[in-house]
Design a protein around this ligand. Structure first.
Ligand SMILES: [Zn+2]
Ligand SMILES: [Zn+2]
Length: 375
């Protein structure tokens, strides 16, 4: 349970001043069951897993309670949630590594849902859409104008500064939902929406070129999707990860070499992407690079960055770059690639009632593949 000034400044650095919007409802536990009320009508009561910093504990990170159905507001769509992936960022939120932005919030930012209200010409009623971490931007700050909306000064984040998908229904901004390829199952498409998109952005930030030698440090949901793209680009992939299940999965997905968390790949790498929330892992990745190589750090939060030897590790035009959020272009380009490559990630499904256990499965890395909640 850490929440520190350094974490806050990291967040501000990466995301600008974060603010809640009108649609970010505070969730109040309902006092009694409302059996018999329409599931989608105004005033209906729905089930959601809620993070309340004052009530959360390591034994119950989120609490499954009844909440009022979100009210449709202009420019938004109401979705019936069909699946919601569980991301390590959800764990950082519910364990207090990231400072709370609301009195309570429904986590979840890898949402597959069906449009049931607020349909538009672009997204007709019944369309299956995805919602990701970027829940909206102001559209007019310097970064948005410069096509870097991932760095927007006033972003909103799904499942953090507004309610997310650990729920039966969710509200989302119409221009921040993505129609989904029809050839993928709900549960299998959910992990694509953050793990997939941000993993893809990490490859872009690292500047991966076809045929290069690429290291993946940590092998959870995001890396397991990134390796498919790297293989499509004919790259050789070197995986360094703790956890026997993750090493076995890397081997089964065709990594050229797999080592445990302190191992150094047998060749100098052109690029490396780190997925673990650990500064030590970033230094290991840096020590594996050739001159001119790049480490892209795919983590919203790092425990601590240890000191390291500049002359040996960074000299020679090696670079460390952080990966912050995503743009809608990243999402569209990645989802098109996922459709072409027929991505079908391995998933472990939890019910909404077991949302706490789903978060623990991400923490303990004891399940292979991506963790998904199906309400
Ligand atoms: Zn902006
Ligand atoms: Zn995520």
């Amino acid at each position: 349970m850490r929440s520190s000034l350094s974490t806050l400044s990291l967040l501000q650095k990466n995301h600008g001043r974060t603010r809640a919007t009108e649609q970010s409802e505070t969730v109040i536990p309902s006092s009694e069951s409302k059996n018999g009320i329409s599931k989608v009508g105004i005033g209906a009561i729905l089930k959601a897993a809620v993070y309340d910093p004052k009530r959360s504990s390591p034994f119950r990170l989120v609490e499954v309670i009844e909440v009022p159905r979100p009210q449709l507001v202009p420019g938004h769509v109401l979705l019936r949630v069909m699946a919601c992936g569980v991301c390590r960022t959800d764990l950082h939120i519910t364990e207090g590594d990231l400072p709370p932005l609301l009195p309570s919030v429904i986590p979840g930012h890898q949402i597959v849902g069906e449009v049931i209200e607020g349909a538009s010409a672009r997204i007709p009623m019944g369309t299956r859409v995805g919602v990701s971490w970027m829940g909206g931007t102001d559209g007019d700050c310097w970064y948005c104008q410069a096509k870097m909306e991932n760095l927007c000064n006033h972003p909103v984040f799904t499942g953090y500064s507004l309610n997310g998908g650990y729920a039966e229904y969710v509200l989302a901004r119409e221009d921040f939902v993505y129609p989904l390829p029809g050839n993928l199952d709900d549960a299998q498409v959910a992990p694509l929406l953050c793990a997939g998109i941000i993993g893809f952005r990490s490859l872009r930030v690292a500047g991966v070129l076809p045929g290069e030698k690429v290291g993946l440090f940590g092998f959870g949901s995001s890396a397991a999707l990134a390796i498919r793209i790297l293989q499509f680009w004919r790259c050789q992939v070197y995986v360094v990860t703790r956890g026997q299940a993750h090493r076995e999965m890397a081997t089964s997905l065709g990594a050229s070499w797999v080592g445990d968390e302190d191992a150094i790949p047998p060749v100098a790498l052109d690029r490396a992407i780190t997925f673990a929330p650990s500064g030590k892992v970033v230094v290991n990745a840096l020590s594996s690079l050739r001159k001119g190589g790049v480490v892209a750090v795919n983590a919203i939060h790092l425990d601590q960055m240890p000191s390291f030897d500049y002359d040996k590790l960074l000299w020679g035009e090696r670079q460390i770059r952080s990966v912050a959020n995503m743009t809608r272009d990243d999402a569209r380009d990645f989802l098109e690639l996922a459709r072409q490559l027929q991505f079908r990630p391995e998933v472990t499904i939890f019910s909404l009632d077991n949302a706490h256990d789903a978060l623990l499965a991400v923490k303990n890395e004891d399940k292979s593949g991506s963790i998904v909640i199906v309400p």
